[in-house]
Design a protein around this ligand. Structure first.
Ligand SMILES: *Cc1c(COP(=O)(O)O)cnc(C)c1O
Length: 495
């Protein structure tokens, strides 16, 4: 199967090249030229399989250069054994007769980023070999919290790779900082930045664009690569759990063959929900995707009006992983809405870069609204949803999932749609203990671990072992630098 670029249809790359390069040289994103198909018979067969077997089936369709053995080894290393609590990477929980939660946070870092970042590191070294790169892969990551830790955990001690993460020294939660600065592994480095997330991100982009740096690193045997969410290798593992969730409900008799479902997804960079849309393009019976945003509701407006406008106030919310004004993966959807028109996609993205605004045509907007519903809610409504969901269902959700839950309720009230809905639960409530305790009306202890204990007492849900273990973990990384010094940090790490 061939991949092309959203901004240049004449480009042709293999899946391995798409994963190694991350982004197309002219700035477009790699997309499959055709979708593997998924029939009702396939779904029936998949419903009898385990998560890892379903993953194998889906990945074979998208990554034809990998042998079956290579894929099964990568999948086993990512999702097998005890990498995920209770051995189930994506358990479903039934809320009521028409609503289910798909929990994607049972991995080592307690957020859904693990679903992709456990697998990508196992695909990347092979992709480098297959595309003839021949060098050691050096991953640079700028993070606002969740991605950095998930990438570190995924790449740690993976042969043929090194990883360096830059985080804003004062811009992540105490628990997130603790998670990163105690990271184990011989091939990892973690550096704080005196600045915000944008400074860290710009610094990484500058290093990627620095020809001299690439030359020096190349002579030392390294090739730079990125693990951020526009990489195709991060999207493809996410397609799996949409299909798997549907199959699980079929197997449990909750769905009839061919029955449609809705998915409701707490959205930031549009990676997670887009993977669901790809599953639908393959043939998964989905009626509507509910795109849930927090107060940074640029996507809600876009779905309502067809006008994307990032010129607005940026709000810091209690669901920080969705505090985003430019949803990078939306470019892939725009490409599909325009009928795979590379010139039109290029124009729109150029306008976004230059003016912060682009506009869909009437036909494109209708196509968008046939598939997606956009909704949003603020911090107070999210807190109320956490409280009510706990009271009504004894189910404790994190602030990101609460946004989705709130938007689903709004949608059902407004439309009366009774279609069964799967809400994607993207983080453990323990990762955002202060917000969750406050939402429940409990006093919030100042100490991170006292908070974990307080939540455990109230909810009865055991503290995730990986967070509890941080209490005694030794801090390994103290380094802090200015954004200007990031290049030196890279050169001193990659010797
Ligand atoms: C990253 C993240 C999101 C947003 O996912 P996108 O793929 O960026 O839309 C939602 N919730 C949590 C907890 C996250 O870490």
């Amino acid at each position: 199967m061939n991949y092309t670029s959203t901004r240049d249809n004449s480009r042709q790359v293999t899946a391995a090249e798409a994963i190694v390069q991350g982004i197309s040289p002219e700035g477009g994103l790699f997309v499959p030229k055709t979708m593997p198909s998924l029939t009702e018979q396939d779904l029936a067969a998949l419903s009898q399989m385990s998560y890892t077997e379903r993953a194998q089936w889906v990945l074979e369709g998208f990554l034809p250069e990998w042998t079956g053995e290579e894929l099964s080894a990568a999948i086993e290393a990512a999702y097998g054994g005890d990498r995920f609590e209770d051995g189930d990477p994506a358990p479903l929980s039934r809320l009521d007769e028409s609503c289910y939660l798909l929990e994607l946070w049972h991995g080592p870092t307690c957020a859904f980023k693990d679903m992709a970042l456990q697998l990508l590191p196992k695909l990347l070294p092979a992709a480098a070999k297959k595309s003839g790169c021949g060098k050691e892969i050096a991953i640079l990551v700028a993070t606002s919290g969740d991605t950095g830790k998930a990438a570190l955990e995924g790449f740690r001690d993976v042969p043929g790779t090194r990883i360096q993460v830059f985080y804003p020294e004062d811009g992540v939660s105490p628990m997130q900082k603790r998670q990163m600065t105690t990271q184990q592994g011989e091939n990892v480095s973690v550096v704080g930045i005196r600045g915000n997330f944008d400074d860290a991100q710009s610094g990484v982009k500058r290093i990627f664009g620095d020809g001299q740096m690439a030359k020096t690193l190349g002579e030392r045997g390294f090739s730079l690569s990125s693990a951020n969410s526009i990489n195709w290798g991060r999207l493809v593992p996410q397609i799996v759990y949409y299909i798997s969730a549907y199959c699980q409900l079929l197997a449990d008799g909750e769905l009839q063959p061919g029955e449609q479902v809705n998915f409701c997804v707490p959205t930031g960079n549009f990676g997670n929900i887009l993977a669901g849309y790809y599953a639908k393009e393959m043939g998964l019976p989905v009626k509507t995707f509910l795109c849930a945003s927090n107060r940074n509701n640029v996507l809600t407006d876009f779905i309502a009006t067809g006008r994307y406008d990032r010129n607005r106030t940026f709000y810091t919310t209690t669901s920080p992983s969705m505090d985003i004004l430019i949803s990078s993966n939306l470019e892939r959807l725009v490409y599909l809405l325009t009928g795979r028109n590379d010139a039109e996609t290029r124009e729109k993205m150029k306008a976004l870069g230059e003016t912060g605004v682009y506009q869909l045509t009437g036909a494109e907007l209708s196509a968008l609204q046939r598939e997606f519903y956009g909704g949003c809610c603020g911090d107070e409504d999210a807190a109320q949803t956490i409280r009510e969901t706990f009271r009504e269902y004894s189910y404790l959700c994190d602030p990101h999932t609460a946004v989705a839950m709130n938007v689903w309720k709004q949608y059902r009230k407004r439309t009366g749609d009774q279609t069964k809905t799967i809400i994607l639960s993207t983080a453990s409530p323990y990762k955002f203990g202060d917000t969750v305790l406050a939402a429940l009306g409990e006093t919030c202890p100042g100490d991170d671990f006292a908070r974990l204990e307080a939540l455990e007492r109230i909810s009865g849900l055991p503290v995730p072992a990986s967070l509890a273990a941080l209490r005694d973990a030794r801090r390994r990384f103290e380094e802090v630098c200015t954004p200007e010094e990031m290049g030196e940090q890279v050169l001193s790490f990659l010797q």
